[in-house]
Design a protein around this ligand. Structure first.
Ligand code: 5GP
Length: 189
């Protein structure tokens, strides 16, 4: 069964990207990553049109005008992120299921639009302290940015009850196993 939507949302640093990357390696799940558009700067290890479609704010706004997004958010000030309609069509045409790594509000938005065709999973960090340490050790963001992300994370945790499933990422191996189990169950139903 293809064309189903699997959404992973979490406060950043909770480990959702690691989980999504792991699931993408399991070939029989037939998952394909929904490449979001965003206006933040590309990080050194990222590839344009693979990790994100990196756009200028003007380009992004033009797409909003064209109604090209199924959802978009200003995740941080002047940093827009959004899911393009064309992305869903592209992946469905490939006969694959679509996996999303998107922010909490975007996740709830897509779940509300696609209902039973979508599985929304919230990845919960084991604690705020641990989340803070993870963000710092990732080494990609400044102290100011880390504080900004942390404050947002505390706000975002309140949305967990709007998701179909919650995975607490305390032990990564367990979280990966749980994620695979949840996705399999959804795809088989
Ligand atoms: P990062 O800048 O760390 O790659 O992502 C910041 C946040 O934006 C993450 O929570 C990420 O999941 C989220 N994000 C990525 N793509 C989208 C999208 O298309 N829509 C929304 N709403 N959030 C997104």
């Amino acid at each position: 069964m293809a064309g189903k939507l699997i959404i992973f949302s979490a406060p950043s640093g909770a480990g959702k990207t690691t989980i999504v990357k792991h699931l993408l390696k399991i070939k029989d799940l037939k998952l394909e990553f929904s490449i979001s558009a965003c206006t933040r700067k590309r990080r050194e290890n990222e590839v344009n049109n693979k990790d994100y479609y990196f756009l200028s704010v003007d380009e992004f706004q033009a797409k909003i005008e064209d109604n090209a997004f199924i959802e978009w958010e200003e995740v941080y000030k002047n940093q827009y992120y959004g899911t393009l309609r064309s992305e869903i069509d592209r992946i469905k045409a490939n006969n694959n299921n679509i996996i999303f790594d998107i922010d909490v509000r975007g996740g709830v938005n897509i779940k509300n639009q696609f209902r039973d065709d979508a599985l929304a999973v919230f990845v919960m960090p084991p604690s705020i302290e641990e989340l803070s340490e993870r963000l710092a050790s990732r080494g990609t963001d400044s102290e100011k940015k880390i504080q900004k992300r942390l404050k947002k994370a505390i706000y975002e945790m309140k949305f967990a009850n709007k998701f179909d499933k919650i995975i607490i990422n305390k032990d990564l191996d367990n979280a990966l196993k749980k994620a695979e189990e949840i996705v399999r169950e959804f795809l088989n139903n």
